[in-house]
Design a binder for this molecule. Sequence first.
Ligand code: PEP
Length: 255
Amino acid sequence: MRTPLLAGNWKMHKTPSEARVWFAEFLEANPTLQSGGQAAVEVALLPSFPLVPVAAEQLAGSGVAWGAQDVSAHTFGAYTGEVAAEQLADLGCRYVVVGHSERRAYWNESDALVAAKARRAMEAGLVPILCVGERLEEREAGRAVSFTLEQLAGSLEGVGLETGEELVIAYEPVWAIGTGKTASADDAQAMAAAIRGFLAERYGESVAGRTRILYGGSMKPANTTEILAGPDVDGGLVGGASLEVASFSAMVEAA
Ligand code: PEP
C-alpha cells in the first residue's frame, strides 16, 4: 500500500522568523502530527534553503517531514551558490524537489541535469520528488502524455531504482501551476496511470507498484478530495495553498 504524501512547496516565500511561527501554528492546528508514527497521510514541507534549519529544529520528532526545493548535481567542492545533497541530509531532510518546471524554464535545467540531481540526492539518502509535466501547447496538441513520458525518461537517465531506492514523481502540468487552473481529476488519474505504466515497463511491476505519483497544480482544499480519488494519484505537491496554515491543514484533513 502506498501512503499518500502531501508536500508543501513554499517556493521563495517566508523569512526564517515567519517560518518559525508557521511551523508552531501548523503543529498546534494538527495535533495528530505533533508526534511521529504511522499516519494515514504523510505530510512534508519544502521551504527555501535558509528555512531548512528552522524546519529541522521545529519539526524534529513530529509527524511532519521536511526537505528542500533543489540540490546540486555536484558533490562538495568549488561550486559557489550550490547546496550539496549531504548538507541537506545532515539537516534531516527527507525529500528534495528536482526538475520543478520553474527551474526548467527560468534556469534552463535539462532532463540530463535533473537526472544527475536525482542521482546525487539518492546517493545522499534523500528521496527526490521529480517533477514532470507538459505545457499548454503540448496539451492542446494532444501530446501531453507522450511529452511527459519523454521528459520522465530523460529525467530518469541513469537513475537506478531496482535496489530499493525511493523516488516520488510529481506530475505538474505547467499550465496549472500558480494559475488557478487544475487538471481534471480524470486527466490527473490518466497521466498518473501512464506514468505508472512507464515505470512498470522500465523498472518492473514492483518499482511501479511502490512509487508514489503526486499531482501538482493549483491544488486547494476544495479540489483535494476529488483529485486524490484517482487510484494512481498518491498525493499532491502544493504551492500557493501550502503557505497558509488554515488551507494546508484543510488539505491534510481532506487527504
Ligand atoms: C508547485 O509549484 O509545485 C505548485 C503546484 O504550485 P501551485 O500549487 O501554486 O500551483
